[in-house]
Design a binder for this molecule. Structure first.
Ligand SMILES: [Zn+2]
Length: 264
């Protein structure tokens, strides 16, 4: 898999003696979590994993050189059962995903480290990340943090419809890949599907609402796309990438400098 993580920030490139020499209390380890799943006809299965690595790599490059932050190798497989039925989707169950995070958290704690960030770029993992951040805090006394997606940037220029319902393989993800790995984007096979219409005030919505319905991609998007990739450009991707990396770097720096109000 391609990587944008600088070699000197890659935890797995260290020897155990080099790890042993790291400051245990202050070192911030970042565990990326993503997915291998269908992303329509035009994007690769590894889209969420590539975006994770790209954003994290760019963010880490912005950190002060003396801040001890290292990226762990990513958990490539996520809970992707919303995309089952599309060949190539490789999903793990919620219990498997959580067990992997628990075991890795235990290993991090056993190595003497105290600070762990779960950095997730696949929506199907989000609720599990929140559960595990707290469980790892409680069980191993780790100072755990959750970091999601693009760090909350506003995605200037995105339509209201795409902003609300561009969930998957739409303008944002396609723009990121056009900026970083255009050779992996098939621009001749875009398709458009929306799960709901932002101009219609529905009571039941797919996400981010008090009343939701559980959805599977195959119920509503035969191509696997939930959104509209057609307005995507490399220029937008580069702009959003830079904005996201800046926000993510600020969050990582805050996490590295964070201490609990009461002694942990
Ligand atoms: Zn995705």
């Amino acid at each position: 898999m391609k990587t944008w993580i600088p070699d000197q920030r890659s935890f797995a490139y260290l020897s155990w003696k080099q790890v042993d020499a790291l400051p245990r209390d202050s070192t911030l380890l970042v565990l990326p979590t993503a997915a291998i799943e269908q992303h329509g006809h035009h994007l690769p299965l590894a889209t969420d994993t590539l975006i994770n690595n790209l954003l994290l790599g760019r963010a880490i490059e912005k950190l002060p050189a003396d801040l001890p932050v290292y990226a762990l190798p990513p958990v490539h497989y996520g809970k992707s059962n919303e995309h089952l039925g599309f060949p190539g989707t490789l999903s793990v169950s919620a219990s498997t995903f959580m067990a992997v995070l628990r075991d890795l958290g235990a290993s991090v704690a056993r190595s003497g480290f105290r600070k762990l960030v779960l950095y997730n770029t696949h929506g199907g993992n989000t609720s599990l990340i929140d559960v595990m951040a707290r469980d790892l805090r409680a069980e191993f006394n780790l100072r755990t943090f959750a970091l999601h997606g693009s760090g909350g940037i506003s995605f200037d220029g995105l339509s209201a419809q795409e902003r609300a319902y561009g969930f998957h393989a739409g303008e944002v993800e396609t723009s990121f890949l056009l900026a970083a790995v255009p050779e992996l984007v098939d621009r001749s096979s875009y398709s458009v599907n929306y799960i709901a219409d932002v101009s219609k005030a529905e009571l039941l919505l797919p996400e981010n609402a008090p009343a939701t319905f559980a959805w599977l991609t195959r119920d509503m998007a035969p191509s696997g796309v939930l959104g509209d990739p057609r307005p995507a450009t490399a220029e937008k991707g580069e702009r959003w990438l830079e904005q996201a990396a800046t926000r993510l770097a600020a969050a990582l720096e805050a996490m590295a400098n964070y201490s609990h109000p009461q002694k942990a």
